[in-house]
Ligand binder design. Structure first.
Ligand SMILES: Cc1cc2nc3c(=O)[nH]c(=O)nc-3n(C[C@H](O)[C@H](O)[C@H](O)COP(=O)(O)O)c2cc1C
Length: 206
């Protein structure tokens, strides 16, 4: 079993990474392999809604790791997305990244457990956390929770490590995800995936 963790911060080894490492360590300690993918600190193109990915499953923009993330997430058993909080939302570059990773491709990730984590100096964590969970809850992905909403506080990695409750939330999340992955694996020969219906699309609410 393997979990992909996406570091959506421009800082490879900043606060978000510190929190993700705590989740990853708990996963590893519970027998689950991990890989952390950093989205980098270069410009990430937004989705232009060209629809080309509907044809071949990949984004036409190839100068960032979105297509690599698609392949890694498709092969992984679970997904964790980490973001710094920017103006009470996820980092804009990460939203651009996830829009392109998920648009027209969410079926690739269906039934893989997922979780978001956020890192902030002071406020806006739960709004950013809610926004990230939207990617999973439109994609048939079971959302893994922890003992509190998944946030750490601090402006430096060292301050994040001093957030003892935040770090514990990360470890609990890692253990909970490992447990759910094992449950799904144990049931794979006896409990079939839900039977999907033909998709109904109505472009209005009535
Ligand atoms: C553009 C920008 C906006 C930010 N907005 C917030 C915010 O709304 N709330 C907050 O607590 N921290 C905010 N911060 C601080 C970062 O969320 C915080 O330092 C974060 O832990 C950095 O994570 P990183 O080291 O992984 O990049 C902001 C930082 C930047 C650069």
């Amino acid at each position: 079993m393997n979990v992909l963790l996406i570091n959506g911060s421009p800082h490879r080894e900043g606060c978000t990474c510190t929190a993700l490492n705590e989740v990853a360590t708990a996963l590893e300690r519970n027998g689950v392999g991990t890989e952390i993918l950093h989205i980098g600190n270069r410009a990430i193109h937004g989705c232009t809604a060209c629809g080309a990915c509907a044809e071949n499953g990949y984004c036409i923009f190839k100068d960032d790791p979105v297509n690599r993330a698609i392949d890694l997430a498709r092969a992984a058993d679970g997904l964790v997305v980490g973001s710094p909080v920017y103006y009470a939302g996820p980092n804009g570059a990460l939203c651009a990244f996830l829009d392109r990773m998920f648009f027209m491709k969410s079926r690739l990730y269906a039934y893989k457990p997922a979780a978001a984590i956020v890192s902030c100096r002071r406020g806006g964590a739960s709004a950013a956390f809610d926004r990230l969970n939207k990617y999973f809850t439109i994609s048939n992905m079971p959302v893994v929770s922890s003992q509190y909403w998944n946030a750490v506080h601090g402006n430096t990695p060292d301050e994040v490590r001093q957030d003892l409750e935040g770090m514990q939330i990360m470890r609990t999340l890692g253990r909970n995800m490992a447990w759910l992955l094992k449950c799904i694996d144990a049931a794979k020969d006896t409990v079939p995936y839900p039977e999907p219906e033909a998709i109904q699309r109505t472009n209005f609410i009535r």
